[in-house]
Design a protein around this ligand. Structure first.
Ligand SMILES: *[C@@H]1O[C@H](CO)[C@@H](O)[C@H](O)[C@H]1NC(C)=O
Ligand SMILES: *[C@@H]1O[C@H](CO)[C@@H](O)[C@H](O)[C@H]1NC(C)=O
Length: 375
């Protein structure tokens, strides 16, 4: 049985290793990550695929409310990190997990979590950029953005894996229509008949692109999403991992533990997605993080529903390898309306990759915990 102090240590594991400001470059902290391991798996009934993909999440709990809510207990966290796996043949399993801390913590974790008090602001003018030209679209980092057949965006995070939002697959009660035959679309240049060897030299011109689709073999969704509903804690667990039937052969972007907003270069995040209002375009944007809780980042990046599931990334210095590296530190969940005593306010919300979520997603990708010890 794990006691409350251990849990606090676990939730704050991120705090033990924060670097002081002695490096002039924004540097990736070396987080020690707990271990999340499957304990038992049971087969569930085949699901109904009857939910409509709902791209806006309603919640009465905004940042202030989230900061007030109590820490989950160890048993609750274990339950949230347990997960369902959906297979291409429509069968479904549920896996319970255990959480372990292998290294001894430094114990200075409790209560030092940073609390940004920045005032929220009204969204400015539309500050998104459509990305045109195959030289950009087919190159890193934009090439890591893929489209889901259910309408969302995903990001390539390993040879065969795509990270996205859970609500693109499951509405909290049921799988969405289309989750059973889920496919992932990759932008490729469109070659017209007879135009083989066409001379495409200019990257300034919009070029015809089309999606090439790969089927999804299996999908993991945490129970924190399935059990909660979006009105409660649900949004904290709005992420899912898809495994493709075959490798995509593109460069991918690794996931990393989300540093506190004040450590992000310029306090900014970036993401690219297939926003509904610009069909066929990949849309890139960056913006300041306005507020954060343990599990969520609040920002006012302009975004439309199709962008949900996009990987939120930053670029920081990787000291061991002496190079800059981009990593996915969150998943864009979507627009959230918060009812503050009868006056609705809106935010765009991203789910942070916490040390525990890192451990879970990394295990899904690698199939072992030894490769997941550092976030
Ligand atoms: C569906 O696929 C999974 C994984 O490949 C397999 O374990 C399971 O037995 C299959 N179920 C049916 C009903 O074919
Ligand atoms: C493409 O066009 C450029 C300049 O317009 C020319 O120099 C080049 O030889 C052409 N390449 C092919 C394969 O036609």
């Amino acid at each position: 049985m794990v006691g409350v102090p251990t849990l606090i240590l676990l939730l704050c594991a991120a705090n033990g290793v924060l670097l002081s400001n002695s490096y002039w470059k924004p540097t990736w902290p070396a987080y020690k990550v707990p271990v999340v391991l499957p304990q038992s798996t049971l087969t569930l009934d085949k699901p109904h695929f009857d939910a409509k993909p709902k791209l806006e999440v309603l919640s009465s709990c905004g940042p202030a409310c989230h900061k007030r809510s109590p820490l989950p207990t160890y048993e609750e966290v274990k339950d949230y990190l347990s997960y369902e796996t959906l297979y291409a043949n429509g069968s479904r399993t549920e896996t319970e997990v255990g959480i372990y801390i292998l290294s001894s913590g430094s114990g200075n974790g409790g209560g030092t979590q940073s609390r940004s008090r920045t005032k929220r602001q009204i969204y400015g003018y539309d500050s998104r950029f459509s990305i045109f030209g195959k030289d950009f679209l087919l190159n890193y980092p934009f090439s890591t953005s893929v489209k889901l057949s259910t309408g969302c965006t995903g990001t390539l995070v390993a040879e065969k894996h795509v990270l996205t939002a859970a609500h693109c697959i499951h509405d909290g009660k049921s799988y969405v229509k289309g989750a059973q035959k889920l496919r992932v679309g990759f932008l490729r240049p469109k070659l017209k008949d007879g135009s083989k060897g066409a001379n495409i030299t200019s990257s300034m011109m919009p070029e015809k692109m089309k999606f090439q689709w790969i089927r999804v073999k299996r999908t993991h969704v945490p129970k924190g999403w399935i059990k909660g509903n979006a009105n409660d804690i649900g949004m904290d667990y709005d992420y899912a991992l898809l495994e493709l039937k075959k490798p995509h052969k593109r460069k991918f972007m690794k996931i990393g533990v989300s540093p506190p907003a004040r450590q992000l270069p310029g306090g900014r995040i970036h993401f690219s997605g297939y926003d509904n209002d610009r069909p066929g375009n990949l849309v890139y944007r960056f913006c300041d993080v306005k507020d954060e809780t343990y599990d969520l980042l609040y920002q006012q990046c302009d975004a439309q529903p199709g962008a949900s599931g996009s990987g939120v990334y930053v670029r920081m210095w990787k000291r061991q390898q002496n190079k800059w590296e981009r990593k996915i530190i969150g998943i864009f969940s979507g627009h959230q309306w918060v009812d503050l005593n009868g006056s609705p306010q809106d935010f765009n919300v991203a789910v942070r990759i916490t040390p525990l979520k890192y451990a879970q997603i990394c295990y899904w990708i690698k199939g072992n915990y030894l490769d997941c010890r550092e976030g």
